[in-house]
Design a protein around this ligand. Structure first.
Ligand SMILES: C[C@](O)(CO)[C@H](O)COP(=O)(O)OP(=O)(O)OC[C@H]1O[C@@H](n2ccc(N)nc2=O)[C@H](O)[C@@H]1O
Ligand SMILES: Nc1ncnc2c1ncn2[C@@H]1O[C@H](COP(=O)(O)OP(=O)(O)OP(=O)(O)O)[C@@H](O)[C@H]1O
Length: 285
């Protein structure tokens, strides 16, 4: 039987870079919230012993697709735990709405949805912590999507503490350029020495993103988009870009600004939510 599983976007409501580890990865302090908007995965399980992706994602080879890689990793882990059903297989299709390289975590979210959904459908019995541990090997943002609660994250994003930021309405705008995460993290001009602060201090300070200055400098399109949105509402970059979000108290206020968007800018309006749509689907809400 085919079932549908949400794969939501995330925003980094703030993002500070507090250092660089010997392996090149950066230590962050970031506040994650989900959007009630994203991709949808259709999944059916079978006994074919194969993982099949029925809908190719443009520009991503099947073997590299995080959907397929997540399913294969879950199989290995369940095999080791002896909880994998015989010849476990799955057919997966995706309705992709999230832009790639947009800072919305689409690929990570797809991986998390596969881990959570197949663990449920195959009844492989892995705990959320075990799923998150598999997930972090696929991408720094997979654990927060697996856990499914808005969170203050530290380390490279794997140390999560639940948080409850206000659930605002967001206009998320894409400037039409794709930005490579490693290119931003490797930029010599990146601020990577922001002092570590407590969550209470961060919540009572204006929110900002340490990646924004270098991304605005490198990409005129992002720079112009942030300047334009700031005329209407508090606005900033999510993750390493390219998307920018502006916050509003009501859906209609956000939609009014979206209608004024300049040529070449695509966008959508969505609500920020502290419980992920994936969690709600798993619980049957
Ligand atoms: C910046 C965030 O978007 C915040 O949500 C994420 O931490 C990025 O997560 P992601 O796109 O899944 O990134 P990954 O695939 O894990 O890492 C891509 C590359 O970005 C750099 N990277 C990533 C995360 C991190 N904390 N420090 C880094 O320096 C590394 O060069 C890494 O090779
Ligand atoms: N199922 C997938 N969906 C999207 N991208 C995928 C997928 N599988 C692999 N990828 C690869 O992952 C890269 C990053 O995609 P993703 O959508 O997660 O970017 P992002 O929104 O910038 O993420 P982040 O906020 O974590 O930086 C893509 O450019 C693509 O090469």
């Amino acid at each position: 039987m085919m079932s549908h599983w949400p794969s939501p976007a995330k925003l980094n409501l703030f993002l500070y870079i507090t250092g660089r580890r010997p392996d090149g990865y950066h230590n962050l302090q970031t506040l994650f919230q989900f959007l009630d908007y994203g991709d949808t995965l259709q999944i059916s399980t079978d006994h074919s012993d194969r993982i099949q992706l029925l809908t190719p994602v443009a520009g991503v080879a099947e073997a590299d697709n995080l959907i397929v890689r997540a399913a294969e990793r879950l199989k290995q882990a369940a095999l080791a735990k002896q909880t994998l059903p015989p010849k476990a297989g799955a057919q997966i299709a995706i309705d992709k709405r999230l832009p790639m390289g947009g800072g919305l975590g689409g690929g990570s979210s797809n991986a998390a949805t596969v881990l959570v959904a197949l663990n449920h459908l195959w009844q492989t019995g892995l705990t959320p912590d075990e799923l998150a541990a598999i997930g972090v090997q696929l991408g720094a943002d997979v654990p927060v999507f697996v856990k499914g609660f808005a969170a203050f994250a530290q380390g490279v994003g794997e140390q999560l503490q639940p948080a409850e930021p206000e659930e605002k309405w967001y206009l998320v705008a894409h400037p039409g350029v794709s930005i490579s995460t490693p290119a931003v993290f490797n930029d010599p001009a990146l601020t990577r020495d922001t002092p570590v602060r407590t969550l209470a201090t961060l919540l009572s300070s204006p929110f900002a993103n340490d990646c924004e200055a270098v991304v605005r400098k490198r990409f005129r399109e992002v720079d112009e988009l942030v300047s334009w949105l700031l005329e209407y509402a508090p606005s900033r970059l999510t993750g390493t870009g390219a998307c920018v979000f502006a916050e509003f108290d009501t859906e209609s206020a956000a939609r009014q600004v979206l209608e004024l968007a300049p040529n070449g800018v695509r966008g959508f309006v969505a609500r920020g939510v502290n419980v992920s749509p994936l969690q709600r689907a798993l619980r049957g809400d």
